[in-house]
Design a protein around this ligand. Sequence first.
Ligand SMILES: Cc1ncc(C[n+]2csc(CCOP(=O)(O)OP(=O)(O)O)c2C)c(N)n1
Length: 944
Amino acid sequence: MSVHDVDGLNSGYAKLLLEEYLENPAAVPDEWRALFESGDSELVAAHPGLARLLEVLRPENGHVAAPPAAAAAPAPAPAPAAALDDELLGAVAAGTALVKAYRTHGHLAARLDPLGSDPVGDPALEPDSLVPKLTPELQARIPASVLRVHVTGETLAEALPRLRETYCGTMAYEIEHIANHEERVWLRKAIESGRYRTPLSADDKRELLSRLTQVEGLEQYLRRTFLGQKQFSIEGLDVLVPMLDEAIELAAESGAHEVVIGMAHRGRLNVLAHTIGVPYEEILREFEGERTTEAIAADPEKGSGDVKYHHGAEGTRPTNAGEITVTLAANPSHLEAVDPVVEGRARAEETDRSTRHGVHDPKIALPVLIHGDASFPGQGVVAETLNLEALGGYQTGGTLHIIGNNQIGFTTDPQEGRSTRYSSDLAKGFDIPIIHVNADDAEAAISAVRLALAYRRRFGQDVVVDLVGYRRHGHNEQDEAAYTQPLMAERIARQPSVREQFAETLIEQAVLSSEEAEAQTEQVVTELRSAHDRLKGSFGHPDRVEDDGVAADTSAEVVTAVSADMLRSLNAELLRVPEDFTVHPKLMRQLERRLTSIDEGAIDWGQAEALAFATLLVEGIPIRLTGQDTERGTFSHRHLVLHDAKTGERYAPIQNLDEAQASFEVHNSPLSEFAAVGFEYGYSVAAPEALVLWEAQFGDFVNGAQVVLDQFLVSGLSKWGQTSRLTLLLPHGYEGNGPEHSSARLERFLQLAAEGNIRVANCSTAGQYFHLLRRQALDATARPLVVMTPKGLLRLKEAASQLAELSEGRFLSVIGDPRAESESARRLVICSGKLYYDLVGSDAAADSGDVAIARLEQLYPFPLDEVRALLESYPSLDELVWVQEEPQNMGAWRATRHRLEQALPQGVPLRYVGRPWRASPSEGYPTTHAREQDRIAREALLTS
Ligand SMILES: Cc1ncc(C[n+]2csc(CCOP(=O)(O)OP(=O)(O)O)c2C)c(N)n1
């Protein structure tokens, strides 16, 4: 476009460019930008219309956007313009404002509520409210082309009703908050052109009706057959299932191999049956109570199970583009907790971990999250999860969010549950487009998915569909909605179902006859009845219950030692950077020490960790490590990613090992615990071959992820047969830094440990950490591992290891006292982790004579045999002392005491030494802390 095109003045076009310029100067061609910025341009002077436009659109004349300073420069005095011209130009400005109002506020006047509540509307949407008033005559004179709308119509008069139907119909949009101009323009075009709202073919309509019939039929059959049993019916949001059908089809078409779905209770049984393809028999079996009772009776070790609307499942679905796997993630009651788990699963599916850097292809999977309208704004994990959307280490190429908006949360009305108008408003802060749709307009709901996924495909980002429906019954089938929402319940009782409405429409359109619609309903009932009959016929002959993965302890069989030559060679490679790369000189000195430390018996924590990772990569084990500031390490001990001191460029030697057979991912995480741990849990479930580690900044902060720990990590195996080898690195230890930064709440993990569900370790040397990490990755039995990691020990000489400790041996669950004569020791003190060094380094140790100090390095599973053997190696024992730095109601004492008693020879007493019962983990003052540590050492080693 050349500037000379203004000859003969296409003022509408010029005006639109100006509009665009005011919003984003970079978006218009250079010549035009120059024109707008040159207040004294000859061209402006030569074209009174343009001059007038510039004048009209100046902010002081009511234009909404603030133009850059240069654009606000007054145009040279315009030549006199005809009165008619002026009126039209003013009208164009008003017409533009009207279009903008529809795009921005049209949703306020949309018919989104199937229950028919009146939209609030907005004066900016009324042509009469503008200056000048946009009378029908004036509208008819404004060419639609100058308004840059994409609805059809030659003039505003023709375009306006279409604009109204587009933005204020049964679909509505919030897109104008998006900062990216290209996205806004794309969305406006996509919405106004209607290219995602093309009517369904007659066949598609029949198919959609048949799906709605199945959805409704299943809910009705379950309700009538199993009166009062909870099913959390989908009715009122029935169209969710065909929406998922569409999403799966479109995902496959875009090259996805997997769709990973996360959702809560509402409609879950329907999704299991119709989206995943779980046979009706299986669903009905849950209601009959068959599966649970027979499975447990058959094998009580198979886990304790879960309610029917929490189970996960996986199915394969045919699509026009081939087969696709659809997974519904197992889900606890805790609303929205599954969100980050689904993201992590999707990310794992999208990542090829067979190369050194790993390749992430977001096309491979589509994450779909179905939210409740009360939980979406209410649960903080939603915001944490949305914040992952564009982060390099967490991106999934965009999530399809569907808010199953039944306009109620249990018995809580929207005005009690959120401070914003829409349930979806949170998403606006993340630049996410929002599509609202009336759930009783089935075709519109399908269009919403089409638009959403087209946007995801184009921009690789999240999108929200707010599906506005209702809840036909109470919160569950044991609730009476009329107790608390009598008017709404009464209104709903009069509301025909979406199937009934759609059937009527299709009958009117002669797409099918009422007999055919009736036949569809009968067929669903017949299918359900015969599935139920088959199930009843099978009672007493339970299916073989699948192995849920509870396996014997295989850790002893794992070889974790690595040859010294291999370790030396990898150690050198871990310090190798490109020739022109400048490592910060101070850091270089620190790293270079590692070159010699390997043969000087001084392998520290960070080095042992890097060697463990490197050896695993060579053995083909992919690794993913995340956490706050984890690339460097909170305590500046890791430095796996280096930054060129001159250019700032990054380089990670560990991602460039010659012999590596698998990917190494390391990412600084956002400042989140709940979503960050949930994500890694999900990732680790979907990548069972990988070592996935999450590191807390300090162990204290892990309780921000408590829901993930309680509901997934420790109980997933028992509830759903789902486990992982997620490894939590939790800095722990009392070093005088106050109540926080001391305790990773070891006691909580030990309380949660049962049935071999997790592993808990607190090791005391770099070599032990090396073996522990390798064992965790290589053990045939996958289990989560919780490691109390050190702070002070990271650099403590005594905690560093010899090369032989890595090249020989294995992880020791228990370490005896290398200093003491075991024959003569009369008191054995057992501790765990860093406290060992406080004890052996204390003044009391010097006077402690016949006291031996042992270390319990693995706290769960409790190494009973090793502890027994240890105790047997001290034949003269008078006393066993358990010593810990944590208060008596915390730390390992309460979960370990009975185990120690079990291992003790008869007659030998067990004594506790540590902090007394406390409400807060540690003292706030360094001096009090030092006194306590000293007292603990004295009591353990000297006092009897
Ligand atoms: C974290 C959490 N708090 C409370 C509950 C109890 N609860 C179950 S469903 C529900 C209402 C949820 O409303 P909404 O998100 O709108 O979903 P709906 O049930 O309406 O589909 C509540 C409060 C829960 N399951 N999880």
